[in-house]
Design a protein around this ligand. Structure first.
Ligand code: SF4
Length: 255
């Protein structure tokens, strides 16, 4: 797995002289989400990507994997769980069941025991075994590399398919929208038709419209990293955020 550049304290845009004037209430002088013309939003998105590349030049998937099958299964297990928990479980699972054929024939009780700590272990076991059966029966034991085929697998929807296509097959077919990306898309004004940060379908459509296609996968990874390190759900650190001059929500959380 590629490793990230260590992120120390990020110099504030205010310190670096890149911060625009603040309006009353403390937020940067940027248009509200719905008002911003698409061309301007696209330009701002490109500048956001450029900043993210400085911060996280090697942002990649944090789920450990060595094949498309391992990534698919790790992504199924990551629902409602943390990458750290999944990364503890998958080496045991893949050593015991190294192929789609082996997992297709696995005893569900044994798989449930191994993946128990990731939560929703019965449903996840069903999805893993069901997906592997389909991979063996319909795709010759190989994880398919198209959206159309991937979403036929039990337990695999667009989000999981996007992870596998973008990260393993390097195909930008869509944008992954998880909890971090949903939140950051809203705060950064990169979605304008979605009702809230759980509205994954609309958020993905907006991100696909505003981001250059060859950046869909990278931007997804980088936003997850930024959401974990700086723009956290409860306490976004706008004062330490290199994106604050580009973010319509900057400093709106601080008292
Ligand atoms: S930390 Fe603040 S400035 Fe940075 S992206 Fe989040 S809301 Fe915007």
């Amino acid at each position: 797995m590629p490793t990230a550049r260590k992120v120390g304290r990020i110099s504030t845009p205010r310190e670096a002289g890149r911060m625009p004037a603040l309006r009353e209430g403390g937020s940067a002088k940027l248009p509200a989400r719905a008002e911003e013309p698409l061309a301007e939003r696209k330009r701002r998105a490109e500048r956001i990507i450029a900043e993210l590349k400085k911060l996280y030049p090697q942002a990649d998937c944090a789920l450990h994997h060595g094949s498309a099958l391992e990534l698919l299964i790790a992504t199924i297990l990551s629902a409602q769980s943390t990458d750290e928990t999944v990364n503890k479980v998958t080496p045991v699972l893949f050593e015991r069941y190294p192929t789609a054929e082996a997992l297709a024939e696995a005893d569900p009780a044994d798989v449930e025991r191994i993946v128990h700590s990731t939560g929703f272990f019965r449903q996840k076991t069903k999805s893993i075994i069901g997906a592997c059966k389909k991979i063996v029966e319909a795709f010759g034991g190989k994880v398919p590399d198209s959206m159309e085929a991937l979403i036929q697998l039990p337990g695999v929807a667009r989000k999981t398919a996007n992870v596998v296509l973008g990260t393993w097959f390097r195909k930008d077919e869509g944008v992954v929208v998880d909890t971090h990306i949903g939140r950051l898309a809203h705060r950064l004004g990169l979605t304008w038709t979605s009702k809230n940060d759980k509205d994954a379908v609309k958020i993905e459509q907006d991100l696909m419209e505003v981001l250059p296609r060859d950046e869909w996968t990278y931007t997804g990874h980088a936003l997850i990293w930024h959401g974990r390190r700086v723009c956290t759900a409860r306490k976004p650190r706008c004062g330490a955020c290199a994106l604050s001059g580009l973010c319509p929500s900057a400093f709106t959380f601080e008292g």
